[in-house]
Design a protein around this ligand. Structure first.
Ligand SMILES: Nc1ncnc2c1ncn2[C@@H]1O[C@H](COP(=O)(O)OP(=O)(O)OP(=O)(O)O)[C@@H](O)[C@H]1O
Ligand SMILES: [Mg+2]
Length: 375
């Protein structure tokens, strides 16, 4: 078996992938500019270099049978060299480039007749005003590239917000989206392996604050019709997309029970972390299976309910964790810490998953555990 996996990006997603890959006997090589990155700490080797360093990427390629990635990039051309020299990369670079640019992604959905919020490319203030005439207020101004954890979003509630919000996003390649007054945000993790098999996970509810994910409830408290609709929508998205791996499909549920796609992540996803304790095959193991030509594992939940709460930085400075011993005293409550040396406001430092018979019970424990931990 070809058993060497290269990961571009050394964050928590790569770290959790590495844990699972090792269980199945894979070797892991990580490329990341930060020495002892979260994934680098647990991989067999880390190449310390920038993602755009072509020499380092080629070194990663010679040390890997298959390459995957766990990052968003300002420049999605960095993989072109690897493609030219014949490296196997999953998900495919074509898909990566499509998803990496949020505007191209939206156009893709439109062509595939996948329901999304109305959107429009904008270059200047006049364009944005035009969009507000068409969509009404509020609208969301978004950057096309390198936008994650809500950093590339700015809400425009009235005409006088436009300039300020354009400046806050530094006028980078922008587009606008109609604001969807959703009643819930949902997410579905989907996997496709190199043989084309597709598996979807249970629909979860995601709760964001300041555009950043705070809480995931699995399964989402929605009726079976909506759940089926969301899972089918996720499958439909996958049928239009190329490439193997795990993908996160973020969705909005509207008052009139419509399910719209917000965006796709071409990777394991924060909304799937609960799968580690709650599912037959967790998303990280599934990703490794998917990209290595292995059969997909079952996605069923093993427990009644699971709630995940992110541990986000509350200040800037060096990170020190306390309170784990108390949190772990709660039954079926699990704490994950990513090994980041420094913390920042709202930086993802770790997460908690609590499982139980019901969402209410799991949520109560997860919240309590979060209160006990400081970082
Ligand atoms: N059109 C919209 N209408 C209403 N809310 C929206 C819309 N677009 C985004 N949001 C809110 O902002 C959050 C973050 O937006 P989006 O997913 O586009 O950004 P992101 O930076 O890629 O986030 P992440 O990295 O957390 O997935 C969404 O989860 C949702 O809560
Ligand atoms: Mg998002």
């Amino acid at each position: 078996m070809k058993n060497r996996i290269g990961i571009v990006g050394g964050g928590q997603l790569g770290r959790m992938m590495a844990f699972e890959a090792h269980k199945m006997g894979f070797r892991l090589i990580v490329l990341d500019p930060t020495p002892r990155s979260p994934a680098g700490q647990v991989a067999d080797e880390q190449i310390v270099a920038n993602y755009s360093d072509q020499k380092a990427l080629q070194e990663l390629a010679t040390k890997s049978d298959v390459i995957t990635y766990e990052i968003e990039l300002e420049n999605s051309d960095i993989f072109d060299g690897l493609v030219k020299t014949g490296s196997i990369i999953h998900p495919s670079i074509k898909t990566f480039k499509l998803i990496n640019d949020k505007y191209l992604q939206k156009e893709f959905f439109q062509k595939a007749k996948i329901p999304v919020a109305d959107f429009m490319a904008v270059e200047n203030k006049e364009d944005i005003l035009k969009a507000t005439k068409k969509f009404g207020y509020p609208i969301l101004l978004k950057t096309r590239l390198f936008a994650y954890d809500g950093r590339g979003n700015a809400l425009i509630k009235k005409a006088s917000d436009i300039e300020k919000q354009m400046n806050s996003l530094q006028g980078k390649g922008l587009y606008v989206e109609k604001y969807i007054p959703f009643i819930k945000e949902l997410a579905v993790m989907v996997a496709r392996n190199t043989k084309g098999e597709i598996a979807t996970y249970q629909v979860v509810e995601t709760i964001h604050k300041n555009n950043i994910l705070h809480v995931v409830k699995a399964p989402a408290a929605i009726n079976s019709q909506i759940s089926l609709k969301a899972r089918n929508l996720a499958k439909n998205v996958m049928q239009h997309l190329k490439g193997a791996g795990v993908f996160g499909i973020e969705m909005f549920l509207t008052k009139s029970r419509k399910v719209l796609v917000n965006e796709i992540a071409p990777r394991v996803h924060n909304s799937g972390h609960y799968t580690i304790e709650a599912c037959v095959t967790n998303q990280f193991a599934q990703h490794i299976r998917a990209i290595s030509g292995l059969p997909l594992g079952k996605t069923d939940m093993l427990v009644g309910a699971a709630v995940m709460i992110n541990i986000l930085g509350e200040r800037a400075g060096s990170a020190e964790v306390s309170g784990i011993e108390k949190a772990l005293g709660l039954p079926q409550t699990y704490v994950h810490i990513y090994g980041k040396k420094d913390t920042k406001m709202e930086r993802k430092m770790g997460h908690i998953t609590a499982v139980d018979k019901s969402l209410e019970k799991a949520y109560k424990k997860a919240k309590l555990a979060r209160k006990l931990i400081s970082i």
